[in-house]
Design a protein around this ligand. Structure first.
Ligand SMILES: [Zn+2]
Length: 1030
């Protein structure tokens, strides 16, 4: 086919000036050989009913850190690793869009867009706003990053999405409508219903699902479904979900970055290799192939992939031509589109779509490649993210109590760092080492600022004692981020000459709680007094050798110097703290004759006169054998639960990829060769430490694994603190370390794991609900992500484990739960990161494998009673008490300070099934409040009912002026969102009962109702009853 000549401008002047009639001119033109000429490609957007419409979606997948740091990707630094510069992407895309109003582009990662936006001139900002208003440039997903779905906590997912959505709303007035999780390695139920439907999204798209699942869906045309992720919220929280037929790149032969090899459309007849018809045929063939596996006449092509569009014209030039010639050809119809336009087209087709429940874990792209290793990869970083997430939640509450200031310290830097850390190559642990360090550095910078805010707020509140008149000075508070490895300078300082240590303990939960607090001290005769000055029970315990070793090495690694003090003991006492408030405890030297802290008794299992050792001062007892030092029994004397229980450690040897299938175990993939029990032949005897508040059992499992099991008198669970590392790899074999709890329970191949800390999902060993599973990896293929916990049950009891960070886990044998706690590899798993997951820590050029310390919690309940602990105590694990230290400076602390504080009506407490997951003052002074029902339907007789929260009593010292319910990311009114939302039809679900959500909030009563698993988000305007004197 010839190029159409559409203008005389390029004809030689001689011809144009010859005085011929128009008819003659045209005749002459027809007789001329083909001329090089401008071609105005017709790319006018339209949908043609009755034809296959190919929606071309120009996009760039820009990882917010992976092989390079987020800033290196943005500016195009470190290009020897990878030539990627997001600044080039945005510069060139904007210019290409301004060149032609028919072109479209979607942008996803707000962390990058923000970096670009703040560098633009006002004139450019106006132009870009016009592009957004006209729909040429559309924000989809719209979080700071495209978050991981296996390893983040749901509160972090909400926060990072809210931050991005607020930016888009503020700068552009836009509300994203589409979820775009194209790259994460498996997909969670919480993503579908929570970070999808509850955001007001009309659809969700992604690429990565299990290869067997994809094969079946291609055959059945079920790649597009209605996904109901929550059994509690059902159809009220469903979302249209599209899975790409292959990956998030274009069909083969349609990739057009300057270095890509696809043949460009060559439509200049004066040049060689003219190929228009050939390329149109390729296009039609690829479109028909995709239409074959897709319902309706609409198919989507992802025109782009990782860090593409650094020279956008290279893509748009080709797409202009394809749209023009394909539509001239007429067999299929092509258009510039976005996932939103595609979604609306799907909706208009008025189809009924197949239903999908639960989630898309685990993900395998190959028979021996289950991406279940990253559930545990970089466990220290995962723990750090979780701890900082909780600190951020508490710090925002405190920021609200004092009042946000733009000049003083705030939580913004921590918010930003945590948001970026949710990226699918961040908390997932699948980035390069220097990038992991960059994420951690950003969080630590954010923490330091938030720490100042927390300290200043606590002094503001503690110093606000009424009737104190003029303040002498502001109280100075210190905090101890290295408390987990027993480093805390203020508590270690010797308490001589009447000096008293003051500990202000803040509780971020909406209910009063009693928790045992532990601080390192150097003195032994101490007393602890509560807020009222009453001496309370306290206990001293020796610090374990493992902790002392960590303390010495890691304080040097993190702070540059080893601690000067030598800490002798942990001082523990039980703190009682009001909801959203604090209590004050003081520690001072005891007098010679007066009461003092109880010195724990220490004994070795070898000294035991009996064959067994029973540990535990309260209802819970653990029984160990004296000779082998093995746990044998779990007994709860209150509820008569008695179970045989054992605990062991093992490791999997990572496959090195040298057999027929070159797939090694690595940062993403878990491919075990063999499992080896970590033997206890040379095992040291148990050390048993007893006292009035808790008992501890110290075990040296081998030279690089030790653990402390704690049984608190007032609690009915065991807390296990493990120290693992450096994992030896001098034999060249990567190791993935697990612990197993084994009981005799008959659990019928079934276990439960949580989805991002929310819904528990039923897992059946070697089984998938959606297809007949072919088992190639009986271990890795049964691993699931765990953020809150996991449990198994039989007819009588439930065994639950809760965790303090994201880990992978499974139940590979009935009655047994296994958690993978640490991994150190010797090979790369060829999924792109190109680096071996081998974390080391160095002090003065001396490097050793990373040692981690973490906790899990264990409890056995009568059947039906376990949820109460998993949910309520699970919230306490997520939100630990926050400790701040000061010193009494001569005058009595309680005379000059407020010793207890609660931000809410002191006679009020949130119901035990509701958590306050956000309390934050926004920049405009309004308050963002999120309340979460913690239980699912049917989980607990009492707590699985509708819960009510009285806002008036929650904000007891202020007047509520206005309450507006919003979407989960607070970027639109909930009522508007409900009205706008597309109402998809699912196959065969017409007879299902409608889920009745919590009703509207009556402005007079101000009571919020929540049904199981419901989270409700409000923007509240308050006026202060007593104006704070900030
Ligand atoms: Zn990615």
């Amino acid at each position: 086919m010839m190029a159409r000549i559409s203008s005389l401008r390029f004809l030689p002047m001689a011809i144009a000036t010859v005085p011929l009639t128009l008819a003659l001119l045209l005749l002459a033109l027809c007789l001329l050989p083909a001329q090089p000429a401008y071609i105005a490609y017709n790319t006018t957007p339209s949908i043609v009913p009755g034809k296959i419409n190919v929606h071309l979606v120009p996009h760039s997948h820009d990882d917010v850190g992976w092989l390079k740091t987020v800033d290196q990707y943005y500016v195009g630094a470190n290009n020897s690793i990878r030539g990627a510069c997001v600044q080039n992407v945005l510069d060139s895309v904007i210019s290409a869009l301004l060149d032609d109003k028919n072109r479209k582009f979607i942008y996803v990662e707000v962390a990058f867009f923000q970096r670009w936006w703040r560098q633009q001139s006002d004139a450019m900002k106006i132009k870009v706003k016009e592009l957004v208003d006209s729909g040429q440039l559309e924000f989809i997903n719209g979080g700071m990053c495209m978050h991981d779905e296996a390893t983040p906590h749901y509160i972090d997912l909400i926060d990072q999405t809210t931050l991005g959505h607020q930016f888009i709303k503020k700068e552009f007035g836009q509300i994203p409508r589409v979820g775009w999780q194209i790259d994460p390695f498996g997909h969670s139920a919480v993503q579908a219903y929570f970070l999808g439907a509850e955001l007001g999204f009309d659809s969700l798209f992604f690429a990565r699902i299990d290869y067997q699942d994809r094969a079946k869906r291609l055959k059945d045309k079920t790649l597009e479904v209605i996904w109901r992720g929550s059994k509690s919220l059902g159809s009220s929280s469903q979302i249209f979900t599209g899975i790409f037929p292959r990956h998030y790149d274009p069909p083969d032969g349609f990739v057009f970055e300057i270095n890509d090899v696809s043949p460009p459309v060559q439509d200049d007849v004066l040049l060689f290799d003219y190929n228009v018809q050939e390329r149109v045929d390729d296009f039609v063939a690829a479109a028909l192939a995709q239409a074959n596996v897709t319902r309706t006449n609409h198919i989507m092509w992802l025109m782009g992939t990782d860090f593409r569009y650094q020279y956008a014209n290279s893509w748009f030039r080709q797409m202009d031509k394809f749209i023009h010639y394909v539509n001239q050809d007429g067999r299929v119809h092509a258009l510039y589109s976005t996932p939103t336009i595609y979604t609306d087209a799907k909706y208009t087709a008025n189809e009924e779509w197949p239903l999908k429940f639960d989630d898309f874990f685990p993900y395998a792209d190959h028979p021996n490649a289950y991406w279940t290793g990253y559930f545990t990869s970089r466990p220290a970083f995962k723990g750090y993210v979780r701890a900082m997430s909780a600190y951020f939640l508490a710090a925002r509450q405190l920021e609200f109590f004092k009042g946000r200031t733009s000049s003083g310290p705030n939580t913004d830097a921590l918010a930003d760092a945590l948001a970026i850390a949710q990226h699918h190559d961040a908390v997932s642990g699948t980035q390069r080492q220097h990038v992991a360090a960059d994420y951690a550095l950003r969080i630590s910078i954010g923490y330091l600022e938030a720490e100042k805010l927390v300290a200043s707020t606590l002094s503001f509140l503690a110093d606000s004692k009424v009737g104190m008149g003029e303040k002498k000075s502001t109280t100075n508070f210190q905090q101890c981020p290295l408390l987990n490895i027993s480093h805390c300078p203020p508590s270690e300082a010797a308490l001589q000459n009447g000096k008293r240590l003051v500990i202000v303990i803040y509780n971020p939960l909406g209910w009063q709680r009693n928790n045992v607090v532990r601080i390192p001290v150097s003195d032994e005769n101490l007393i602890v007094q509560d807020s009222g000055g009453k001496i309370i029970d306290s206990q001293l315990l020796p610090v374990s050798n493992a902790t002392l070793k960590l303390r010495s090495f890691y304080t040097k690694a993190y702070l540059g110097a080893s601690p000067t003090e030598s800490v002798k003991y942990w001082l523990v006492f039980s703190a009682s703290v009001p909801s959203l408030g604090f209590s004050t405890y003081t520690v001072s030297a005891a007098t010679q004759t007066g009461p003092h802290s109880f010195m724990s008794t220490v004994s070795s299992s070898r000294e035991s006169p009996d064959a067994t050792i029973e540990v535990g001062q309260g209802s819970l007892k653990l029984v160990y054998t004296a000779d082998a030092g093995k746990l044998t029994q779990y007994v709860n004397t209150r509820n008569q639960v008695r179970a045989n229980a054992e605990q062991s450690y093992s490791y999997y040897s990572g496959n090195d990829g040298t057999d027929k299938d070159p797939q090694a175990s690595g940062a993403y993939v878990f491919r075990p060769n063999m499992t080896y029990p970590i033997k206890s032949d040379q095992k040291a005897p148990l050390t048993v430490i007893r006292g009035p508040l808790l008992d501890e059992v110290h075990e040296e499992i081998n030279s690089w694994i030790s653990q402390v099991t704690r049984i608190y008198k007032e609690k009915e669970h065991a807390e296990v603190e493990f120290t693992i590392g450096p994992i030896p790899i001098d034999d060249g074999i990567g190791k993935e370390v697990t612990t197993k709890i084994t009981t005799a329970m008959q659990t019928n191949a079934t276990f439960y794991t949580d989805s991002n800390g929310r819904d528990f999902i039923k897992r059946v060993r070697d089984f998938r609900t959606d297809w007949d599973l072919e088992v190639h990896q009986p271990v890795a293929g049964n691993y699931y992500p765990i953020n809150l916990g996991t449990y198994v049950e039989d007819g009588e009891t439930e065994l639950s484990l809760l965790v303090d960070r994201a880990v992978g886990g499974s139940s590979l044998v009935d009655g047994q739960i296994e958690l993978m706690l640490h991994r150190r590899m010797t090979h790369d798993d060829i999924r792109g990161v190109g680096e071996i997951l081998n974390e080391t820590v160095c002090v003065q050029n001396k490097c050793e494998g990373l040692t981690i310390q973490g906790k899990f919690y264990l409890r056995i309940d009568p059947k039906g009673a376990g949820a109460r602990w998993r949910r309520t105590f699970g919230q306490e694990i997520y939100s630990p008490l926050l400790l701040a230290f000061s010193e009494e400076d001569g005058t009595s602390w309680s005379e000059s300070h407020l010793t207890t504080f609660s931000a809410i009506d002191p006679s009020y407490s949130l119901p035990g099934n509701v958590a306050l997951i956000t309390l934050q003052e926004l920049e405009d002074g309004r308050v963002l409040l999120r309340l979460a029902h913690l239980y699912e339907i049917g989980e607990d007789e009492e707590y699985s009912g509708t819960a009510s929260v009285e806002l008036k009593r929650l904000f007891s010292n202020r007047t509520i002026v206005k309450v507006t319910e919003t979407s989960l990311s607070a970027n639109q009114e909930r009522a508007e969102m409900e009205k706008r939302r597309l109402n998809w039809k699912a196959e065969g679900s017409s007879q299902e009962p409608e889920v009745k959500r919590g009703g509207p909030v009556d402005p007079a009563k101000l009571v919020v109702e929540l049904i199981p698993m419901e989270v409700r988000t409000f923007i509240i305007e308050l006026s202060y009853l007593q104006k704070h004197s900030s």
